[in-house]
Design a protein around this ligand. Sequence first.
Ligand code: NFS
Ligand code: SF4
Length: 635
Amino acid sequence: MRERSVDRATQEMLQRAKQERLETAWDRWEAQQPQCGFGQLGICCRICNMGPCRIDPFGKGPQRGVCGADADTIVARNLARMIAAGAAAHSDHGRDVAHTLLLAAEGKGGYQIKDPIKLRKIAAEFGIGPDTKSDAEVAKALAEKVLAEFGQQEGELTFAKRAPKARQDLWRKLNIMPRGIDREIVEVMHRTTMGVDNDYRNILLHGMRAALADGWGGSMIATELQDILFRTPAPLKAKVNLGVLKRDEVNVVVHGHEPTLSEMLVAASRDPQLQQLARQKGAKGINLAGICCTANEILMRHGIPIAGNFLQQEVALATGVVDAMIVDVQCIMPALSSLSQCFHTKLITTSPKAKFPGVEHIEFHEERAYEIAKEIIQRAIENFPNRDHQRVSIPAHTTDLIAGFTTESVFRFLGGRYRATFRPLNDAIIDGRLRGAAAIVGCNNPNITHDWAHIEMTKELLKNDVLIVTTGCAAIADAKCGFLRPEAAFEYAGPGLREICEAVGIPPVLHLGSCVDNSRILTTLIEIVGEGGLGDDFSKLPVAGAAPEWMSEKAIAIGFYVVASGVFTVFGTPHPIYGSRNVTKFLTEEIEKLVGGKFAFEPDPIKAAHLMIEHIDRKRAELKLKEPMYTPVYA
Ligand code: NFS
Ligand code: SF4
């Protein structure tokens, strides 16, 4: 049987879960085998009540649904709806942040403008002039303009105009320049309902427009406005893995996505009164730790430790030391509810959008944010005496890391103190010390050994002088393995990359934040193109992207905006499209001619890394750059 995880802490906890007969996602994944082939191939349609219909993949049975839709249409429609769902999730997050900015401007909820410089910069992009006086006035005007882009009917998204001119022109020519964020998502739902669009290319091109509305809309809005509200991250040290949970402190684990909540929990956990209460209850203090992307958010800005990534949410609970697990939205397994009942752990839901039957709900309202955060922390403290110390088991594994890189801070670091510029990065690529750059992002999935694909792909790329940026659960996997320490350059990087990391003092893998912060990858690419010498569009750059352990619809949305921005992207397990040869060919070959990027699907992380390296080398050749200084090496 395949190993479940390569992470030692997780392995230990899975052992324990087995002894105590606690069920995890891996068990449920096994119980689901064999998974539905129609679903995997994307050829099941439940869109109308003449169905459900399915296409026979062997060509012997029906090749059309009752309405006459064929495999191409059904596959494309299903995939487009996945994009819409992913884009909706990121964009709703962005919307909430915009709403919070408005509250901050009105002095409500205890939120402040922590990065007024960025506020002014972004406001200028939205046409808010420097004559507007106070930060509060600017923030109000900006929040209103941003909120209007969700419901905008015509025109173009403001941030899409950050892309290189050639890219914008291409989007306009293909008619995929996003108009309004909600509009593109709604239009996916309309086009894919019974009896509308049945040209798979047309469906997927619009899918790209919705994805672009995510990457250059909802996600970018989330990142930029979060920086304004909670400050732009800067490099800092922290720790990761289950060993960050503490025996003698109140452990509050925050899991989900939106920093509007987790930022307030950070503040509340430092409240002297609550600290005092924790001591009264016999704890040495309050220990906040995170899981999934909300963890990345408060790691980036406060150095709060990360307990684990997506597949560690259950094993974190099974340590028996979590006094409260606070969740908001996205990537939260419904299984947490029954599992928490096996321990003293209080699971608390906070979003009106995500309730669990029978689970305590303390609704979070940005207007009363601090008050509610304090109430939540207090609930955790009061639960501390209920902990059964006999049942505590914390795996003694933690790893040090450096996080907090952004387009702005990479800029500063690569430029050194005197030259704030991307020049050294571009020069290193041009002269061949660096082969190129790659992004490794996305989730965990029990269908691939936990963390394994992230780690193997990272090693292979580093060895071949490819600088890596990472976000989301991939970043947490790489952090646990030690790639986010500057020393990792000596241990894993090829000679060219090592030289650069040493000169600049950065780790060879740069943590850019949560999944909405994939927008930082886009803004970094803008800087690289702008710096010059590597072509006038993203599609010319020697870069590639990957989501080796993806599971969420959000990963599909991200993949599509990255590809539609001109970047070659490899997914581990395939999208559910293999039931249509045409759609597969379109996404893995033909679209490159349209948008300059395309998809590949390769579950073997070493092979996937080499697809990326070959692509990078091809781009280098097209740019007529020197041969990379070091020849490719294979694992
Ligand atoms: Ni991204 Fe983050 Fe993790 Fe995947 Fe889920 S937490 S938003 S979707 S699982 S990387
Ligand atoms: Fe079947 Fe067509 Fe209805 Fe889908 S839309 S369920 S293929 S009849």
